[in-house]
Design a protein around this ligand. Structure first.
Ligand code: FAD
Ligand code: NAG
Ligand code: NAG
Ligand code: NAG
Ligand code: NAG
Ligand code: NAG
Ligand code: NAG
Ligand code: NAG
Ligand code: NAG
Length: 628
């Protein structure tokens, strides 16, 4: 559980609190953390709604120019430097997840209601996530570009992905023992995000690696070099010197605050509305205390731009509350329409997961279970980490070190049948009732791109064994589409979150094939020797496609915390919300810079691409205003 007493950031937190007190009393110019009164009486060039990956990356880069003032408003608090946040092996996201955030009943999942995974803390998802730090495949970014978005190919992106990171490689000796390979030519050496591999692996990961190879999955030299396909070590957003989490608060806030009197941050505060003048230029925002303690709205001015960075679930909510969204929805809640954009809150996606648990009759120790079930071993390993920054605590709790990302042709030899069946379906048949015609046209265009990707090399699914009792299967490129829509006119009420997971039969066909591939890996000699026995609802009697599908739909999670795509970058005729510079259609002075801009998810996890996005869009903004 969470060890609140371990205050690894005590120094910085103390400093920040001290500064905040000084500021509240005297000189806002030298502030970093500000209160609401100070914020509302200061004029900023840029106000950023949301202090997650995109928000803090852009704030850091813009404030490199000492003449620019930036305010970040973040709904959540600062973390307290707990082990649960900073120590990979003690990972526990719950203290900083958005509380009481639930879905509507999920029609594709037996009408179940699910907890929606989302960070609410300075650092956003990077503070609560599982630290996996992988980019997309070249084909992902090419697919975005094909939807009418020039400037977003792998070659356009790579300089910013490199700029974002400092990647530290292991010794040749350790790499050889662990089968770790990499492509140094695509990695950054001076960027703010510290990335590396753990410095330990459980012995079972070798059994799984052998089994993956036996099942025809080739090693991937480096998943971050534009080709994500095969079995590889998971790179982590971990600092190789301290062996702690490198989150956006650490790498784009703590790292620079001492030298940035122009970088202000207002925590525990929710932006409730973007304000516009009569020419529809964004002029500032309205905000309220997140805990409702003072509901009187306050405003702050932004002389240049408002940048929305509230994440895939809350950006559509904030835009809709501000009069940017589907006209009928806005009118229902009495919100004056500033820009009628039916795509706001549509095209909602995540990367759902399927857990599968086993009893092993002969598992190899130590494994993650040893830390959880054997207090002596756990204490030894924690002491080793504290003293020498090594051992299992350098791994993310519950995750092993290796992972397999698979193209559809790697998952099943029958992949062409899945593609043929998908192509034969009416693309509009599975969209939410009442989907706007432009949004539907955008989906038809996306589907053509996705069908081409299913036939190509980029990964569409993932397999993982945590060395203890759990396998997880990942779906990277869902065909199903959901919605995020306001349910009231208050930012303090949750939006209606409808993932609509598994509503398109193509997704179910891919999950089923993934599950069979997982069984193939687990049946390979090096895993079979460990005696895995599938737990319910799986098991040796679950064999037909119908039985497998029913079991999958009963256990799967609609979210991996990768909610995206609710304010998509596409032409307006395709239901797009932002242009290729992430500017919102129909207004000026407003961009959406968080993961909401993605047209569809990539063959991996989001955070590396979101740090790269922050770097890229900060360069665009600096160029526009001639900033240094
Ligand atoms: C449990 C979990 C595990 C994950 N694991 C991984 C992983 O291993 N690897 C990986 O790459 N990705 C992972 N992710 C996903 C990744 O962290 C996110 O996709 C990423 O952080 C998105 O970046 P962002 O800048 O778009 O938004 P975020 O980082 O989510 O930031 C949005 C911020 O806006 C704030 N906010 C929301 N509404 C308002 C408002 N009205 N006013 C002010 N502030 C507001 C939120 O509190 C939040 O801090 C995980 C996510 C979760 C939740
Ligand atoms: C914010 O803008 C409003 C309207 O232009 C103006 O009245 C107010 O003085 C501004 N506040 C600050 C702190 O600049
Ligand atoms: C490394 O590869 C060898 C040869 O395939 C295998 O025997 C060993 O288990 C692997 N170890 C790990 C940690 O992957
Ligand atoms: C390294 O990455 C570059 C850029 O994607 C690629 O051209 C090259 O083939 C990669 N090298 C190896 C050894 O995979
Ligand atoms: C609400 O949050 C503020 C910080 O923004 C804090 O000072 C206050 O004590 C909180 N009130 C309640 C009732 O939790
Ligand atoms: C628990 O861990 C200790 C220390 O590593 C080890 O000596 C002991 O055998 C383990 N106990 C069990 C039941 O595995
Ligand atoms: C840390 O490493 C040193 C040198 O290898 C070793 O002597 C010591 O026992 C280690 N500490 C722990 C807690 O294992
Ligand atoms: C939506 O609002 C209605 C009416 O206020 C409320 O009863 C319902 O619980 C809300 N739904 C969610 C998911 O918050
Ligand atoms: C796995 O082990 C648990 C606990 O011992 C037991 O309850 C369960 O029935 C077992 N499952 C199978 C499939 O053997």
């Amino acid at each position: 559980m969470v060890v609140l007493s371990k205050m690894k950031r005590a120094g910085l937190v103390g400093l920040a609190i001290f500064i905040a007190q000084v500021v509240a009393r005297v000189v806002p110019e030298h502030a970093t953390i500000v209160d609401r009164t100070t914020a509302s009486t200061t004029t900023y060039d840029f106000v950023i709604a949301g202090g997650g990956i995109a928000g803090l990356t852009v704030a850091d880069r813009l404030t490199e120019d000492p003449n620019v003032n930036v305010l970040v408003i973040e709904a959540g608090p600062f973390d307290q430097g707990e082990d649960a946040v900073l120590v990979p092996g003690a990972y526990n996201p719950f203290p900083y997840l958005w509380p009481n955030l639930f879905t509507v009943p999920q029609e594709g999942l037996n009408n179940g209601v699910y907890f929606a995974l989302c960070g609410r803390v300075v650092g956003g998802g990077s503070t609560v996530n599982a630290m996996i730090f992988i980019r997309g495949d070249k084909e992902d970014y090419a697919g975005w570009t094909a939807l009418g978005n020039p400037g977003w190919t792998w070659n356009d992106f790579l300089p910013y992905l490199e700029k974002s990171e400092t990647f530290t490689f292991p010794s040749a000796e350790f790499a050889a023992q662990g089968n770790i390979t990499w492509n140094a030519s695509v990695h950054g050496t001076t960027g703010p995000v510290q990335a590396t591999y753990p410095d330990y692996f459980f012995p079972g990961s070798g059994n799984w690696y052998e089994a993956a190879k036996y099942a025809g999955i080739a090693p991937d030299h480096d998943p971050n070099d534009g080709s994500v396909r095969g079995v590889y070590w998971l790179p982590l957003a971990e600092d190789a010197r301290t062996r702690t989490r490198s989150d956006a608060r650490v790498n784009h806030y703590d790292r620079v605050i001492a030298t940035r009197p122009n970088y202000h941050l207002l925590p525990d505060t929710s932006v409730s509305k973007v304000l516009f003048n009569s020419a529809k230029k964004a002029t500032g925002v309205q905000f309220v205390a997140t805990n409702g303690s003072s509901t009187a709205p306050t405003t702050v001015n932004a002389s240049k731009e408002v940048l929305v960075a509230a994440g895939g679930l809350h950006t559509p909510q904030l835009l809709q509350l501000s009069g940017i969204g589907p006209k009928a929805l806005l009118t229902k809640f009495g919100i004056p329409v500033i820009s009628n954009l039916p795509g706001v809150g549509a095209n909602f996606q995540d990367q759902p997961t399927i857990p599968m648990t086993y009893n092993f009759t002969n598992n190899v120790s130590p494994n993650w279970g040893s830390l959880i079930n054997n207090a002596t071993y756990d204490a030894e390993q924690y002491a080793l980490y504290e003293a020498n920054k090594t051992g299992p605590y350098t791994l993310v709790r519950t995750l092993s070190t290796n992972f397999a990302s698979l193209a559809l042709k790697d998952i099943t030899p029958d992949y062409l049948d899945i593609i043929k069946a998908a192509a034969a379906r009416n693309p509009l048949a599975y969209l939410p009732a009442g989907t706007d015609a432009t949004v539907a046209a955008g989906y038809v265009a996306q589907r053509a791109v996705l069908l081409a990707q299913l036939a190509a090399e980029a990964a569409v699914g993932g397999l993982h064994w945590n060395t203890d009792t759990t396998n997880t299967m990942y779906s990277f490129k869902p065909f199903s589409r959901g919605t995020v829509n306001i349910n009231s006119s208050s930012i303090l009420d949750n939006p209606l979150i409808d993932y609509r997971t598994a509503t398109d039969p193509t997704d179910i066909a891919i999950y089923t094939a993934l599950l069979k591939k997982n069984r193939q890996v687990m049946a390979a000699p090096s895993m079979a020797v460990l005696g895995p026995v599938e737990d319910a609802p799986f098991g040796s009697s679950v064999t037909t496609d119908a039985e497998i599908q029913a079991a999958i739909l009963s256990v799967m999670s609609p979210t991996n915390g990768h909610e995206c795509c609710t304010a998509a970058m596409m032409p307006q005729a395709l239901g797009g919300v932002v242009d290729t510079n992430l500017q919102v259609y129909g207004v000026t002075g407003l961009r959406v810079i968080d993961i909401s801009y993605w047209p569809f998810p990539i063959s991996g996890a989001p955070s590396a691409t979101m740090y790269g996005t922050g770097e890229k869009i900060a360069a665009v903004i600096k160029a526009k205003y001639g900033l240094s």
